[in-house]
Unconditional design. Structure first.
Length: 236
């Protein structure tokens, strides 16, 4: 990760002598049983980009740590329609991730002193940099309408267009959500309709990543295997 231009660009925003610690988050809701019990787990993993990829991907090195389990409890939907239930599930995810990752806000803004492996005490700035997830979770994390691109503003019908569309940005997504709040005036259905008309999920009022320093959640999303596989097939 440190060989890219991105690292040098981000380092220029930090105080002189500071150490950048790119935080990589991964979530994956996993079904533990198939035939009985309907047991599931929703782990949240964390690692940092300062560790070489060859080391990070080896479980024996313990470079990737489990930091939380998100709730997989069923929500009582007896008094909710399908849209209200889906909205509640999405908000629970964002509120939970906000609690788990909130310490990164202060640490990313002010830095923290940490002792490195050589014994030196360094001023470290942990910045949310990458988020690893499958496509449904990418939409959930970025507040993108399902079926659209999480990185650009192409609609579902424009994904096959060879002309590169305008990129999504975190500030743009936040502006759509804020505009939706103002337009809806407290009406959840109106908020949902406004956001969805702009290809933004209409269920999230407060994304967990709002306020994270030097972070753009859309750029943080890593490509999935399907994306890479399709790209390779189309290039043949």
């Amino acid at each position: 990760m440190w060989t890219g231009k991105w690292w040098h660009a981000l380092q220029s925003h930090l105080p002189k002598g500071a150490t950048l610690a790119p935080v990589i988050i991964a979530t994956d809701k996993t079904q533990l049983t198939q035939f009985s019990g309907n047991k599931a787990a929703y782990p949240v993993y964390l690692t940092i980009g300062n560790i070489p990829k060859a080391t990070r991907r080896k479980p024996s090195k313990h470079a990737c740590v489990l930091v939380a389990y998100l709730s997989v409890d069923k929500i009582d939907r007896s008094r909710m329609n399908e849209q209200e239930h889906r909205s509640r599930v999405q908000r629970v995810f964002h509120e939970s991730m906000r609690i788990v990752l909130e310490p990164l806000i202060n640490a990313g803004n002010n830095g923290i002193e940490m002792t490195s492996s050589d014994g030196a005490v360094r001023h470290v700035f942990p910045i949310l940099t990458c988020y690893v997830a499958d496509y449904p979770e990418q939409c959930l994390v970025t507040c993108a309408k399902y079926g659209t691109c999480v990185k650009c503003k192409a609609s579902a019908k424009e994904l096959e267009n060879p002309k590169p569309p305008e990129s999504r940005t975190q500030s743009w997504t936040e502006s759509i959500i804020e505009e939706g709040k103002q337009q809806a005036n407290g009406n959840p259905r109106a908020f949902h309709t406004y956001c969805m008309s702009h290809d933004v999920a209409g269920s999230i009022y407060q994304p967990f990543w709002k306020g994270f320093p030097l972070c753009d959640i859309h750029r943080s999303i890593t490509p999935t295997f399907y994306t890479n596989f399709t790209k390779e097939c189309l290039s043949i």
